[in-house]
Design a protein around this ligand. Structure first.
Ligand code: SF4
Length: 428
């Protein structure tokens, strides 16, 4: 059958879609890029915010009309929303044929062959599942994700992930080494290691710094990144490994969430503002040109105006290169959803807009500060605006465009930054 996967949410889901694609191709199915050609439509979903779930339900409602013309078309839901709601989803939305949980993707071929109904087996959680031995069907020719651990043990009070993704488990270090080696030999020179809590990786006595040092020795690999890190697992040893490994890029995504100690405590984030600021100092001392990006949340239950302003002050003090800003979204089943002092929706929105505006200015200034510098760009494609320009990423994860043609694509170019917008470095 011809299939298409629509992916929502984080990079873990992007990587999982590549895994599912590999399973389907091995079973004889073929991917298509136009939904009009698909006989199977799979939605790989996110549950982190209510908005993400509503969007998927809207998409399914829009697509189910296809079954009138061709009753053989199948629509399936996988990912976090499938895990969270299970077969209840099929009652809410009549167009859905199958629902498969995050640890049970190996069942998909037999479900499509009508050999197996979806039920308890295809929705159960498996605390050992790491999809060992499955090589993802990658979408990108130059950059790739390699999942190194799955699940999360942190139970931040607002987060649904530990409930839908299960407990932390890490892949064997040699499996990861082999996958990174073969992907980079195939041309994916810029690899991002993925995990819900990537820096808590541990397998058979090896920890995350050991993994970075081992992968740094792979000759065909040019750049190594990782996401998402938890501040509590950012050890001195990890900072040293980042500084010493030449392939580890000068960028870290380190979610702060809030710049107020009481809010952080209520979120169960297990660090305070001083600890976080200390980590930033250590990172900038060890790796002077490091870019730091973050996640921030406004309107967490009980967040006062003064506490919100504390977060703005911390943003001004750290000056993140970029921040993903969100307003708190209640998730059924999490501890924070039961808190009584929910911040009204219009107030959450007001705080979010103020936060985005502050970060937009900081990001713009950060990009302006790059003008005059020479940067290394891994060129991935033609620029969307001109066929005489190519685009790629710098080591510190900024998009850059520079003059050139197809001969530059897939290679490293040194280029001087001559101008910048709030999202792109313009190089000569
Ligand atoms: S660290 Fe916290 S926010 Fe991140 S996935 Fe785990 S519980 Fe969710």
């Amino acid at each position: 059958m011809k299939y298409i996967i629509e992916t929502y949410g984080c990079q873990m889901n992007v990587a999982d879609s590549e895994l599912v694609s590999s399973l389907l191709i091995s079973a004889g199915h073929s991917p298509v890029t136009d939904i009009d050609d698909a006989q199977v439509i799979v939605f790989n979903t996110c549950s982190v915010r209510d908005h993400a779930e509503q969007r998927v339900l809207g998409r399914i409602a829009n697509e189910k009309h296809r079954k009138t013309a061709d009753p053989g078309i199948k629509i399936g839901v996988i990912g976090c929303m499938a895990q969270r709601m299970g077969k209840r989803l099929m009652e809410i939305e009549s167009g859905i044929d199958f629902v498969v949980g995050v640890d049970q993707y190996q069942h998909l071929p037999s479900i499509l062959a009508d050999d197996e109904p979806c039920g308890a087996d295809t929705l159960s959680m498996d605390k050992t599942q790491v999809y060992q031995g499955i090589m993802p069907h990658r979408q990108d020719a130059h950059c790739g994700f390699v999942t190194v651990m799955r699940g999360c043990d942190n139970f931040c009070s607002y987060c649904i992930v530990p409930y839908v993704r299960g407990r932390e488990r890490s892949r064997p270090i040699n499996d990861i080494y082999n996958e990174v080696k073969s992907a980079s030999e195939a041309g994916l020179r810029d690899i991002t290691l993925l995990g819900q809590n990537v820096n808590s990786y541990q397998y058979d006595g090896y920890h995350f710094p050991d993994l970075l040092r081992k992968l740094n020795d792979i000759e065909s690999l040019w750049r190594l990144r990782f996401v998402t890190s938890h501040p509590k697992d950012l050890s001195d040893e990890l900072i040293s490994a980042m500084a010493e490994c030449s392939k580890v890029c000068e960028h870290i995504h380190l979610p702060l969430q809030a710049g107020d100690d009481q809010v952080l405590k209520n979120m169960n984030r297990s660090y305070n503002v001083d600890h976080y600021l200390g980590l930033i100092d250590k990172l900038r001392t060890a790796i002077p040109n490091i870019a730091i990006t973050t996640d921030l949340m406004v309107g967490f239950p009980g967040e006062s105006e003064a506490q919100f302003e504390n977060t703005l002050r911390v943003m001004e003090s750290i000056r993140f290169d970029y921040a993903f800003c969100f307003k708190y979204s209640e998730r059924e089943g999490t501890k924070a959803a039961s808190y009584k002092d929910q911040v009204p929706e219009d107030e959450r929105l007001r705080r979010l807009q103020a936060m985005i505006e502050l970060q937009r200015q900081i990001t713009f200034d950060k990009f302006q500060e790059q003008i005059g510098k020479t940067v290394e760009v891994y060129v991935e494609d033609f620029s969307r605006k001109s066929q005489d320009m190519v685009s790629g990423k710098t080591r510190d994860f900024k998009i850059a465009v520079l003059s050139g043609g197809s001969d530059k694509i897939g290679g490293l170019s040194l280029a001087k930054v001559v101008d910048a917008t709030a999202g792109t470095l313009i190089c000569d």
